[in-house]
Design a protein around this ligand. Structure first.
Ligand SMILES: [Zn+2]
Length: 132
């Protein structure tokens, strides 16, 4: 009987210890959840090592932006494929334009840059309501 209690206490001890280590080992990049790329604010969440829910926001009013990538469908030349990022909520209007592809291309591009910064630890943690 006392052996069972001993084994049980050891198991509980190991569990508590692993949860503690797990908390302590949460990598810093998990707190890296926003950044300014291509003049717009990007926000996302981490699911494991993957970026999920990536979207862009107006640097002025912080509302979500919309993409206009209609030009991408009318040409096959990469340097003519332009996607506009537009704010429909404030006077900022067109925030930026990115050459090379449509919205999927841009989301992949931004995601790759976020992962690069996270892995090389070259990111700067921003407060979510930062003005930059
Ligand atoms: Zn705006």
């Amino acid at each position: 009987m006392s052996n069972e209690i001993l084994i049980l206490s050891i198991i509980v001890g190991i569990l508590i210890l692993s949860v503690g280590i797990w908390y302590w080992k949460i990598p810093e990049y998990k707190r890296y959840k926003s950044d300014t790329l291509y003049d717009v604010l990007w926000r996302w969440k981490w699911q494991g090592r993957n970026v999920v829910g990536l979207w862009c926001y107006c640097p002025t009013c912080k509302n979500s932006l919309s993409f206009d990538d209609t030009l991408c469908r009318s040409t096959n030349k990469l340097n003519e494929k332009i996607t506009y990022l537009i704010c429909n909520h404030c006077d900022a209007g067109q925030i930026t334009q990115i050459k090379g592809g449509d919205r999927r291309y841009i989301l992949t591009l931004v995601q790759r840059e976020i992962l690069r910064r996270a892995h090389t630890k070259t990111f700067i943690l921003q407060k979510d309501n930062d003005d930059k």
